[in-house]
Design a protein around this ligand. Structure first.
Ligand code: ADP
Ligand code: ZN
Ligand code: ZN
Length: 755
């Protein structure tokens, strides 16, 4: 769609002397733009798309974005309201970003106004200037005379301020430093007409321009060829998939490609999955380039976010590093996009109405910009591997370890028929003892936080349920609470069965319980636990890493958290406590996730000189997924898994969209989805979209969650354009269904999970 081929729209000459009609997108769920006349007295002939405009909306004001200018409106000219004011001189999106946002609104079927305004920081959405302004105060002619006359006589503070201003204008910052409660005095002086303020644009605090890169280590041959491939593509679109486990030197490749991009005067965008990973990476970029990257993540304050955004928009930010939403940072001189850990599910927005994939949008953005994009991962998503096979991504790979250490030895521990001690098999205990004795560190991985996943009465069979969900409550011993991991509900831990009064007991294992058991079994080995209950902020994480890196801690127990990014060079043994969660999930993507976690966690072993050992405890040693993974590694697994997806018609071989609905009871959700399906069937017939099929509705596998009932309808097509064509017609109709009023619903295009 080339509707934004140029970014200004000329409305002159206008023989009819009619005023142009401004098409403004507003932050509303309505799928339309709104027509306004220019603000009173604004007779400009050129209107730039992407500027913010203040408009009346109902009885209130709103900040909207100009998306188009037309000669006429469907409304008669005398019914059109006037915009109140133009906020920006220049668009607040670069041209490619504006196009990307239009594309995203179409692709994800989300209202344009929400998408456009949602891409701005909160303060900019409310109208904050696109660059910092400094308010300056100076005396008027009256004020100068009054200062000479020693006025105002009875207000010493005002008099003092007037005297100071008479000898020279001052910025707000200077006034604040010089006078306590300066605003009160300034207000009075202004009321008397003695002083006046004016705005001038000023720069947000920014570091010095990038110094010449501090040299990193000399690159290996594989790193060099990866860097060369990316550098050769600077200035054109090409997508690369860089394979390499943690520690194999991917970041070095990013740094070199970034340096080359900066040398061409271009900006670099680096997307990472977690805030927890940013400090390390920020530090590394800062050291290499002598200037801290501009960062975007969810922990920024509104003001910090505004400042970061302004730096991007002005082009002063040379390196921009952030999580998912940073894909919307304005980058007028973008030259390279890097996506680290591209397989990570956090790149997909899974909440709210706009469920975009930052990775997919980054690819689209790079394509529009004509710049390279570099995806990195040890365990690429099956989609990306499929894209390599189809010739869409160029494959680059790094050998297993930068230091050349041996890959770890993987072993399956069959739990069947074994007597376990605290869920640990004899062979596992023996291995932990051996590695600790040899001064190695041991990592025990269990993807379940809390003490135990169930609280059970062995007399009557009662199990502590969540009252809001079809789920059990998890026991948290640290603060003696029961918590639901699905809705967050909690209550005090019970000791007696509420049904029969018998003593209840925890069943199953969580990280807290394993920690307790390991402390008891290996009292001489200091232990660190890494999970969301233990590590609540950056400082906790830094402390935990410090204890591990110094070698003081010998045992590490952790969830998923340990599989992300971090390097534990002293770890020689990894124990996967329970590989079986995930082996039998109904979600088509569960096997991929499990394989990624297993490979990522296994990759933590034996980073230093010593070879590592990985033990995977399971009740299902013959499970084909474990077997392919063991025999063929991640690549072998991926080949088999892609074949399975192909034969079962799952992505990436088909395109999916999920319409999800929830209501206080199940029937309204099902009724709505059924009506949506009937509507869809009619559209398919009318448009010959036979390749699109509708499956469902079906209740979610956990139907009741947070006291609402959830159900879904899946839309599937082998052809992406057909699916898009279908959705574009279907979604507005779905919104207009009478049944829609009784439910909450959301459309998820390319859903990560179907349940
Ligand atoms: P990844 O991003 O794949 O985890 P890094 O780039 O962080 O890998 O590299 C891991 C470690 O190895 C870092 O300490 C890095 O400085 C070092 N390293 C990377 N490449 C080389 C190299 N060519 N020579 C020596 N050390 C390297
Ligand atoms: Zn009981
Ligand atoms: Zn719950």
């Amino acid at each position: 769609v080339a509707r934004h081929a140029d970014d200004t729209a000329s409305t002159a000459p206008n023989p009819a002397h009619r005023e142009p009609v401004l098409k403004v997108a507003l932050d509303t769920p309505l799928r339309r733009v709104f027509d306004y006349l220019p603000p009173a007295g604004d007779a400009r002939h050129e209107w730039s798309r992407g500027i913010r405009i203040r408009v009346p909306f109902g009885r209130r004001q709103q900040v909207g974005v100009l998306v188009d200018v037309a000669r006429q409106s469907e409304l008669p000219q005398d019914k059109l309201r006037r915009a109140l004011g133009v906020i920006d001189e220049r668009p607040v999106y670069d041209a490619a970003l504006l196009e990307l946002l239009h594309w995203a609104s179409d692709y994800y079927q989300h209202p344009l106004g929400n998408v456009l305004l949602g891409a701005l920081p909160t303060l900019a959405r409310a109208g904050a200037a696109d660059q910092a302004t400094i308010t300056q105060w100076a005396v008027t002619a009256d004020g100068a005379a009054a200062a000479v006359a020693g006025e105002p006589r009875r207000a010493p503070r005002q008099r003092e301020m007037l005297q100071r201003l008479a000898s020279g204008a001052m910025d707000e910052d200077e006034l604040r430093d010089a006078f306590a409660d300066w605003r009160g005095a300034a207000r009075e002086l202004m009321r008397r007409g003695f002083i006046a303020s004016s705005e001038r644009s000023g720069a947000d605090p920014a570091g010095p321009p990038p110094a010449e890169a501090r040299a990193g280590p000399p690159l290996s041959a594989e790193q060099q060829s990866a860097v060369q491939a990316v550098c050769a593509a600077l200035g054109e679109y090409r997508s690369f998939l860089l394979r390499g486990i943690t520690g194999s030197g991917k970041t070095e490749v990013y740094l070199h490609a970034a340096a080359a991009t900066l040398r061409r005067g271009r900006q670099v965008l680096v997307l990472v999955p977690e805030i927890a990973l940013t400090p390390q990476l920020v530090e590394r970029f800062a050291q290499r380039f002598g200037v801290a990257p501009v960062v975007f993540h969810s922990a920024l304050t509104d003001t910090q976010r505004l400042i970061a955004w302004r730096q991007c928009l002005s082009g002063r930010a040379r390196i921009v590093l952030g999580t998912r939403s940073a894909v919307f940072a304005p980058l007028p001189a973008a030259g390279l996009i890097v996506i680290d850990e591209e397989h990570d599910p956090s790149f997909k927005q899974q909440q709210g109405g706009f469920r975009y994939s930052a990775r997919d949008l980054a690819l689209v953005r790079a394509h529009r910009l004509g710049i390279p994009v570099l995806l990195g991962s040890a365990t690429p998503s099956l989609e990306s591997l499929h894209n390599v096979a189809a010739g869409r991504h160029v494959a680059l790979s790094l050998p297993r370890r930068a230091g050349g250490a041996e890959p770890p030895i993987l072993r399956i521990i069959d739990l069947r028929g074994q007597t376990l001690r605290n869920r640990l098999a004899g062979a596992t205990i023996e291995a932990i003892t051996r590695h600790l004795a040899a001064d190695g560190q041991v990592l025990v991985y269990l993807n379940r936080r809390g003490y135990a996943p169930t609280l059970v009465c062995s007399a009557c069979g009662w199990i502590a349920p969540c009252t809001q969900c079809d789920a059990r409550m998890t026991i948290h011993r640290a603060d003696d609470r029961l918590r639901c991991h699905h809705c967050g509900a909690e209550r005090p831990l019970l000791h007696q069965c509420p049904q029969c009064g018998y003593a209840v007991k925890p069943v199953g294992q969580g990280t807290e319980r394993i920690e307790e058991a390991l402390i008891e079994m290996f009292p001489q080995a200091p232990l660190v636990r890494l999970d969301r209950d233990m590590v609540r902020n950056q400082e906790d994480l830094t402390n935990a890493y410090a204890r591990l890196h110094s070698g003081e801690a010998r045992l590490l127990v952790g969830t998923q958290m340990v599989t992300k990014g971090h390097d534990f060079p002293g770890v020689t043994l990894v124990v996967v406590l329970n590989a079986d969660q995930g082996l039998f999930s109904i979600d088509y993507r569960a096997a991929e996730r499990l394989a990624q976690s297993l490979v990522q966690v296994a990759g933590r072993a034996g980073r230093g000189q010593r070879p590592g050992e990985v033990l995977i405890q399971t009740e299902h040693p013959e499970h084909p997924m474990l077997q392919t993974l063991l025999r063929g590694g991640y690549d072998g697994f991926a080949r088999v898994a892609l074949e399975e997806r192909r034969s079962a018609n799952w992505p990436p071989f088909v395109r999916l969209a999920a319409l999800r609905a929830s209501a206080p009871t199940l029937p309204p959700a099902i009724d709505f989805l059924r009506a949506a399906r009937n509507l869809g069937a009619a559209i398919r017939r009318a448009d010959g979209l036979d390749a699109v099929s509708l499956n469902g509705p079906a209740p979610a596998s956990m139907a009741r969650r947070a006291d609402r009932y959830h159900a879904q309808l899946l839309v599937e097509s082998a052809s992406r354009p057909d699916l898009q064509r279908f959705l574009a017609q279907w979604v507005p109709g779905v919104e207009a269904l009478p049944e829609a009023r009784r439910v909450r619903f959301v459309l998820d295009v390319d859903p990560l999970e179907v349940f």
